[in-house]
Design a protein around this ligand. Structure first.
Ligand code: HEM
Length: 418
């Protein structure tokens, strides 16, 4: 009886192992066929990835910016790396960024549809995280229109003036007036009688756009202002020159659009601050929409693309003395020789990015920051807090995840007595 039972079990085991062998063999055959027929891409070079983990272990305990710089030195301006099994392409110089985001903009302008991004944006109903497509195009168009309307009036300068003290209050008021503009734009769009509008611009879409503008947009502006204040104390001569210009151009008036073109030095300080102390050093991720190329390499569809913008804006090939704070590099002469003007499109200056996905808040952010800093310097002076009592401001970077922010600092603010 027992003998019979053992025979039965052995037979079963033999059968099972034959079946298992067959399944394993079939799986291996499928993998080999897949591997043999898989398109072989001539990818940009990069560090060797581990199975499943990719290059993630190399990022332990180091800042992502330092690692990207190290890979750039080792492998060149375009690098392939892997975060887990996901492939990333990193563009480290302006030439490759321009080729990908501008010349090949229709291949490189989607966003990776990550689960976390889907949750934050309530199913990609915003602009910044939405994949390339009709809905994104529509939201961008309507929001740009609302921003233009907002800029045309005098709301921006009034708000900055009214509420510079405290600045936080000012930002809250921006929110209210821009919220009005976006609701107005939505109402106007709905009156267009276009049935698709109702589906691509629902209340949820409007909510997500407002979240884009007021969380990401205003955070970036506020963080830039943090660096600007630090620049004022670290470079007292720069601060004095700005005050001279503001006194001469604005006097006791409220800083407004009519002054902007003449606040050349003040704007140059803003552009140089954004170059050297750039708050979003790797921008927002892009995703390729089809198989494409950059820098003579092949890049498959659905690959995440990052820019090492900090490296671009400190690239010695594009900037003389790149690690020094020199606002004058953004000042040129008027064509008729009648004075100086801002060189706003310096090759390699791309804190708002370039191409189809470029930041839609660039004009608002620049205007707002010039008004804020002019309004502050009209009345106040900034210096280091007394040694020993307060922490000395630290111009060294502190990278929090993917943002580049100053260490917390204390400064002394004095009234100019006017
Ligand atoms: C100093 C301030 C700012 C900086 C440095 C900044 C920078 C950026 C960058 C790097 C991107 C990603 C571009 C890309 O993916 O290639 C971006 C996107 C965006 N920004 Fe800004 N931004 C600023 C202020 C603002 C403001 C004030 C607003 C709104 C009024 C705004 C609205 C947006 C939106 C909606 C996008 C997404 C565009 C898209 O995906 O199509 N930003 N910004």
């Amino acid at each position: 009886m027992i003998l019979e039972w053992r025979k039965e079990v052995l037979h079963l085991l033999q059968q099972t192992s034959t079946t298992t062998k067959a399944v394993v063999a079939a799986a291996v055959a499928v993998l080999i066929i897949r591997w043999m027929t898989k398109k072989q891409y001539k990818l940009p070079p990069g560090p060797r990835p581990l199975p499943l983990l990719g290059n993630i272990l190399e990022l332990r305990g180091v800042s992502i910016l330092d690692k990207l710089d190290e890979w750039k030195q080792k492998y060149g301006p375009i690098v392939t790396c892997y975060m887990g099994p996901r492939m990333f392409i990193v563009l480290n110089d302006f030439e490759s960024m321009n080729e990908a985001y501008v010349k090949q903009g229709s291949d490189f302008s989607s966003r990776p549809m990550l689960y976390s991004m889907e949750v934050i944006s309530d199913g990609f109903k915003d602009i910044a995280l939405a994949p390339y497509g009709e809905v994104w195009k529509y939201q961008r168009k309507i929001t740009s229109l609302a921003l233009r309307q907002y800029l045309m009036g005098d709301q921006l300068e009034n708000r900055v003036h009214e509420t510079l003290q405290p600045i936080i209050e000012s930002l809250k008021k921006h929110i209210e007036s821009f919220t009005d503009s976006i609701i107005l734009a939505q109402q106007q769009a709905l009156q267009e009688d276009d049935p698709t509008v109702a589906t691509v611009f629902t209340d949820d879409h409007a909510k997500q756009i407002l979240a884009d503008v007021f969380s990401a947009g205003l955070d970036a502006s506020r963080q830039t202002l943090d660096w600007l204040l630090l620049v004022l104390v670290a470079y007292p001569d720069t601060q004095r020159k700005m005050q001279e210009e503001i006194d001469r151009v604005v006097g006791k008036a409220v800083p407004g659009k009519e002054h902007k073109a003449k606040l050349v030095y003040t704007e140059a300080v803003l552009l140089e601050t954004m170059r050297l102390y750039y708050v979003a050093p790797i921008g927002l991720p892009h995703e390729t929409m089809r198989d494409t190329t950059v820098g003579g390499y092949e890049v498959p569809a659905k690959v995440t693309v990052l820019t090492n913008s900090m490296a671009m804006m400190r690239d010695p090939k594009l900037w003389s003395d790149p690690l020094h704070f020199i606002p004058e590099r953004f000042i040129g002469s008027n064509e008729d020789g009648s004075g100086s003007t801002i060189v706003s499109r310096h090759v390699g200056w791309a804190p708002f990015s370039i191409g189809h996905r470029t930041c839609i808040g660039e004009s608002v952010a620049k205007l707002e920051l010039v008004f804020i800093v002019a309004g502050l310097l009209q009345k106040l002076s900034f210096s280091y807090a007394p040694q020993g009592e307060q922490k000395v401001p630290n111009m060294k970077h502190s990278t929090k995840g993917v943002t580049f922010l100053p260490e917390p600092y204390y400064i002394k603010v004095s009234s100019r007595g006017n």
